[in-house]
Design a protein around this ligand. Structure first.
Ligand code: BGC
Length: 819
């Protein structure tokens, strides 16, 4: 297996533990999730599953050098083992053509891939030149060929529109040409974490009979795939992104990847919301699509629109397996909201459910409930007469149900006679008036929709006033009065009494991590430690809290399980399974000394080139939110914490810590924040990580409106917020005596991780807080105390994990009951 161990994990290689044991239940769940995430895109004449015992010719060096995950913090897990595809096939008893397999094994061993370094990892591995004789001998031995194409992407840079990244290399083309010329039945397996161009699949007609997106399934990924290839498991993965025929057709393409800023000009028309509205013909494989070995029929749907104007929408349908093999179906429900003052996409996912495994002839009744509010749109400019509100514009809301966005059929409609204000909010994070742009909307000529453009609404809020009106009140400082942190946890003393004792230095220390990755206060190879980072805090009973990456496993110097990547998990469309996996994984966190998993990755797949898409779930906010909630609920059911990231609009890696995501408030609310909102409201993550980028001119880690107005005041989040690693220097434009960490604290971002600023080679402690505090018009002590209180509450809530390490599983009541 070829993944680069980068950064911190390497530093302590000589003192790592050597325990490679993994809980059998976790292994089982990893394999199941990997298999269920596999998406079968084409299966002409039932070429799959592979015929039992018949020889199979496997092409492509990736069969030996399997990509188990992508690169960077989200993939850098020291897996106890990984299994190549070739090994997994042999293990399952598949009769691979021996001469061919041996040729690949010898060549791959003699030509190991160059593993690169941070931000320069290989995006593909060079292919073995194919000898015509070898192909023809293999074709005489085997009726079916499997060709494997592999790709990787990673943090800190994008995929590129070049052969070997988004496109096939000449050598891969030549391999496909040669194999398709010789074999009548060819199955192509694409082993990638990020969507790549698949248009070539259409060039080969039906001879390319099978096409599979295997994703990067972690340490059990190849076994999960082989379960599907052999038919041990019927594929039930579904696309969580649209696959277009050409990159240029993605609506983000004209604006993606710019160095300094990115206009989100496509607005809410992201992924299928764009394609289904304006360009269905540009789609090769639609959102939600995936084949299985079973065949399902949906009965007549029972629909209830909940009366006139307020009740929930309820749809129930009988799903019957009318095929000859067992399998699972994913039922998806979409809305087409009426255009009014706000342009609406032709389809938006509002619910989905996956059946249990159904045997031939078996059926299951699937019921979906959609709150009326989930059909609403956000009016950011007052076009409906209700600025900064979620509204249901009058008209017909048609609901479509089916197995993917394209084939979903009308099941009913809700009439909204007059406009309903679902929720009145206050403007936050709107576009900077200095950086306006035109955004996409829909114009209709009769039934046909065409793209229209309109000015994006811009900011009207007096932010200085908003902040001053809500400044935290100071708790009178008492000095140490003998109140220990345990007294707070046991309910004997209040948090305020504890906080009142803290010195400015202690308050300051609670607002940042220990200072560097791999802190000596935590498990070796950790990403950072916060909480009890001073001796005096520890003496009062505040323990250090250890953070580790996420999302694909626990990134430490020690061995840790490598999970399926985010896209693979999301492709299962099975939050219950993902929750179970996360809960089992959390036991490993407890065992390995991780208090906080820096996971799930929740950014939207705005563009297929984003280097970190493999860590994230989908182009759709509902899929993202439900998967994120499943991870959080699972992890936190064991007392340890999850940390959804990167809040928000971190949709590209290019110049990621300086880039400005310029995006309308509507697109933020409906697309880029929506998944986080779902996670906050359904699973109460104990902490959330801000992103590196700016949002409409303000860095996320200084963004009062993002973190205080929206997250805390509007969504009711009372947990802790941490930065992504390091931060940018900046003075608060509204308060000249407030800068850097003082600016951050004023925004409501509690903890700077890993605890220092990024400043060339100086990674020293940031002094801005105490300096600003000393100024007449600087940050106030009450603000520091409020932050310290939130950090300490975090420590209190997650305490069971630390005290029970090695045994314990105290559920956190706040995330119990999430399905
Ligand atoms: C990444 C985060 C990660 C952190 C700690 C940052 O570079 O953006 O996702 O959790 O590093 O490794």
């Amino acid at each position: 297996m070829h993944r680069v161990v980068n950064g911190l994990a390497q530093q302590s290689v000589d003192i790592v533990d050597t325990d490679r044991t993994v809980a059998p239940r976790l292994v089982e769940l990893c394999r199941r999730a990997a298999g269920e995430g596999v998406v079968l895109l084409r299966n002409v004449d039932g070429v799959l599953p592979l015929p039992a015992h018949a020889p199979v010719a496997v092409f492509g060096r990736v069969q030996c050098d399997w990509f188990a995950v992508g690169y960077g913090s989200g993939g850098d897990v020291k897996a106890p083992y990984e299994v190549s595809l070739l090994e997994a096939l042999r293990e399952a008893g598949v009769a691979v053509v021996g001469e061919l397999a041996a040729a690949y094994e010898t060549w791959a061993a003699a030509n190991p891939p160059d593993e690169g370094y941070w931000g320069n990892w290989p995006r593909h591995f060079d292919e073995m030149p194919l000898d015509a004789g070898l192909v023809s001998r293999a074709s005489r031995e085997a009726g079916v060929a499997v060709v494997v194409i592999g790709r990787a992407a990673g943090e800190d840079r994008e995929s590129v529109l070049e052969p070997g990244s988004y496109y096939l290399t000449d050598a891969e083309r030549a391999m496909l040409d040669a194999v398709v010329a010789r074999f009548e039945r060819v199955v192509v397996v694409v082993n990638t974490g990020n969507v790549m161009d698949l248009s070539w699949a259409d060039d080969y007609g039906d001879r390319l009979a099978g096409l599979i997106l295997a994703w990067q399934g972690g340490m059990e990924g190849s076994r999960g795939l082989v379960d599907v290839l052999t038919g041990a498991v019927s594929p039930s993965g579904r696309l969580t992104d649209t696959i277009a025929r050409r990159y240029e057709d993605y609506p983000s393409a004209p604006n993606f990847g710019h160095r300094h800023f990115n206009n989100y000009a496509e607005d809410v028309f992201v992924g299928y919301r764009y394609f289904e509205t304006f360009a269905p013909e540009a789609v090769q494989f639609p959102f939600g699509f995936g084949l299985g070995y079973a065949t399902f029929e949906l009965g007549a749907a029972e629909f209830s629109g909940g009366g006139d104007g307020d009740g929930d929408v309820a749809v129930s349908v009988e799903v019957r397996n009318v095929g000859e093999r067992s399998g699972r179906e994913v039922v998806q429900l979409y809305v087409a909201a009426p255009d009014g003052a706000l342009g609406k996409p032709s389809r938006a996912l509002v619910g989905y459910a996956k059946t249990a495994e159904l045997a031939p002839g078996e059926s299951e009744r699937v019921s979906l409930m959609v709150p009326r509010a989930a059909l609403a749109s956000y009016d950011d400019g007052g076009a409906t007469g209700h600025r900064s509100a979620w509204v249901l514009e009058p008209g017909t809301y048609t609901l479509y149900m089916g197995a993917d966005v394209r084939t979903a059929e009308r099941v009913g409609a809700v009439e909204v006679p007059e406009l309903v204000v679902v929720e009145q909010l206050a403007e936050a994070c709107a576009v900077d008036p200095e950086a306006p742009f035109r955004r996409m909307t829909v114009r209709r000529d009769g039934a046909a929709a065409r793209v229209g453009w309109e000015d994006v609404p811009t900011r009207t809020v007096d932010l200085r006033r908003r902040i001053l009106d809500a400044l935290a009140v100071e708790i009178p400082v008492t000095g140490y009065r003998g109140v220990q942190f345990d007294d707070v946890a046991a309910g004997r003393r209040s948090m305020d009494e504890f906080v009142a004792q803290l010195s400015d230095e202690e308050l300051e220390a609670l607002t940042r991590g220990h200072g560097r990755m791999n802190s000596p206060l935590g498990a070796v190879g950790n990403a950072g430690v916060f909480g009890g980072i001073l001796e005096s805090l520890r003496a009062k009973g505040v323990p250090p809290v250890t953070c580790t990456d996420g999302p694909s496993g626990i990134r430490l110097s020690a061995y840790a399980s490598l999970l399926p990547c985010g896209t693979a998990l999301a492709s299962t469309w099975d939050p219950a399974l993902v929750r179970e996996l996360a809960a089992e994984h959390a036991l490993e966190m407890v065992r390995k000394g991780s208090d906080v998993l820096l996971s799930p990755g929740m950014n939207i797949h705005r563009d297929p080139l984003c280097g970190r898409n493999f860590e994230y779930f989908s182009e759709d906010p509902l899929v993202t939110g439900r998967m994120g909630a499943a991870v959080v609920a699972g992890v936190q059911s064991r007392g340890v914490a999850a940390c959804p990231k990167h809040f928000a609009a971190n949709n590209q890696e290019t110049n990621r810590s300086k880039n400005d995501s310029r995006v309308s408030e509507r697109a933020l609310r409906e697309i880029y924040l929506k998944g986080f909102e779902i996670v906050v409201k359904e699973a109460w993550p104990q902490t959330i990580m801000t992103s590196y980028n700016k949002i409409n001119g303000v860095w996320a880690h200084y963004n009062y409106e993002l973190v205080t107005t929206i997250l805390r005041d509007q969504w009711g989040y009372d947990g802790m917020v941490m930065t992504d690693w390091w931060m940018q220097h900046s003075r608060d434009p509204h308060f000249p005596e407030v800068w850097d960490s003082a600016y951050r604290v004023r925004a409501g971002v509690d903890v700077l991780m890993p605890g220092s600023t990024v400043d060339g080679l100086r990674r020293g402690v940031d002094r801005s807080l105490l300096r600003s505090l000393a100024k007449g018009d600087g940050v106030r002590r009450g603000e520091l105390q409020a932050v310290a209180g939130r950090v300490l509450r975090f420590v209190e809530v997650s305490r069971p994990a630390r005290s029970g390490r090695g045994e314990g599983v105290e559920p956190d009541s706040r995330s119990a009951g999430i399905g």
